[in-house]
Design a protein around this ligand. Sequence first.
Ligand code: ATP
Length: 584
Amino acid sequence: MGSTSLPPSFAAAIILGLGETILSLLIPLLTMDMVEQIAVSDLKAATIGLLASVFALQTAFSGFSVYTMSYVGQYVIQGLRDDIWRQVLKLPIPFFDRNHSGETMSRVTNDTNVIKDFIIGHVISFLGGIVSIIGGVSILIWIDWRMTLLMLLAVPAALLVLWPLGSRMFRVSKSVQDETAAFQGDLGRVLTEIRLVKSSLAEPTEEEQGLRRIRSLFRFGLQEARIMSIVTPFMMTIMLLLLVVLMGYGGVRVAQGSLATGELVAILLYMFQIIMPFTQMASFFTQFQKALGASQRIIELLEERTEEEVLQANRSTNHSGTDRGLSTAATNFSCSSDKQPIVFEQLSFGYVPDRPVLHALSFAAEPDQMTAFVGPSGTGKTTLFSLIERFYLPTAGYISYGTQPIHTIPLSEWRSKIAYVSQDSPMMAGTIRHNLTYGLGQVEESKLLLAVKQANLSHFIDSLPEGLETDVGERGIKLSGGQRQRLAIARAIVRDPDILLLDEATAHLDSESEKLVQEALQQLMQGRTTLVIAHRLSTIRTADKIIILEEGTITGEGTHSELMQSHELYSTLVQQQFLGISES
Ligand SMILES: Nc1ncnc2c1ncn2[C@@H]1O[C@H](COP(=O)(O)OP(=O)(O)OP(=O)(O)O)[C@@H](O)[C@H]1O
């Protein structure tokens, strides 16, 4: 699991744990001596001193062992969380399409906690328990082998019951973890869209679904309790039975004179030292099964292919595909400073295999020019941008930057060339400054202020008492749609990209600020390859090239005036918008 490894203190924890166990094994032997000495009225101060020292030492060992073991547990979990966090950030977009974010969150928090509790609470005590059992049994055999044999008869009886319960516990705790993850998923979904929940009056439906999950968690909790309700009293009964048998048989032996009183006391103390770890082992196995389930899910997450790995796999399956431009040889990005056209070569794509969204698209977006995409809703315009951003891989064909297929360019290098202003202008919780510089680190103040000015945000930001340090709320909820959009544009300006992807970039702006932003965009577009999706055709009239997309196919390509003459749908759309009857 990547950087997850055991720290050197693990050895210290084991040594301390074992030291504590060995010391505790000495206590019955010293007690035996003490009882023998009392029996003959010859109690020696050295015996009491030794017993007291062993007690003190064992307590100290125990304290250090608890701390070091907690340290080991926390350390391992830290490593695991590091790995998962890095992995989550590197996973490809299709993973997030498939999985609910709340469930992934549960993997990172709940499942790692289960493993941590297992390491801290059970691993060392299990090892100590084994030493206690082996040591205790050996000393017992030395004291009296018949009593030992009697005691050991309890072991197969205990295993017979505990073994099948362990695997049942595994299934139940796996379901508990799954259900917890689903509940967390629901909670995340409802919390992020709480306004939609309320305005749709969906509280009763959500309440019902949440309550169903809570009830199911309750049922699984009861199943766990049922298993424990067998395990715990069963182990207690075995212990009591043993105590009765050993005391009865031992009493007789003492009466017969074949066993010393001190020996009987020692045997009973050892019995506890052997049986106690057995009870702990019962919970060790159930906790082990629980941790196994949790780690299985974590391993699944860690084994998910990252964006880079998906790309590698794609390259090797397309080895034959030099014709597709996906040759593995061309991995060095040779044209980072020159601006190149973005070329689509026979590109097809579908989110699911049997539902293609884009069909064999071929076109070029020339450098320093504006290429606009027009078409009805759902025809794949945003998908096209996602493919340029490399959120998804094409199912056939490819995109190239000049002559170099973009899949052969290092991902971060490629994305650093692009600024994407999307329809919903996503924001991070934090300040306006944080959002403007997100992913960029330190940015010169003058550059920020210029971007703010160009995006027509100066007036708004000046009116805020805290200016750039104003908190935008979760997902920018404290800003208006237009302000969010202008902030997204300002962010794109700060990024200073070679390639601009504008998805309905001016949709939320009033006509006055749209005019100002359009001017800023015109400035920004100078010297950049710009691709625009705009339903408002007035904004793309000046585009160098307009591409009409219908049901994932290009049905027209040209300038505004060319398309007005040659493309029926385009001229109809323009006329509709001119008359103001278009829904968009
Ligand atoms: N993540 C996804 N998983 C599965 N299908 C998707 C996903 N995103 C979009 N689609 C589907 O792909 C098709 C194209 O969607 P896309 O968002 O690209 O259309 P669009 O042309 O941008 O539409 P609009 O103009 O309304 O924004 C639609 O049928 C949509 O249902």
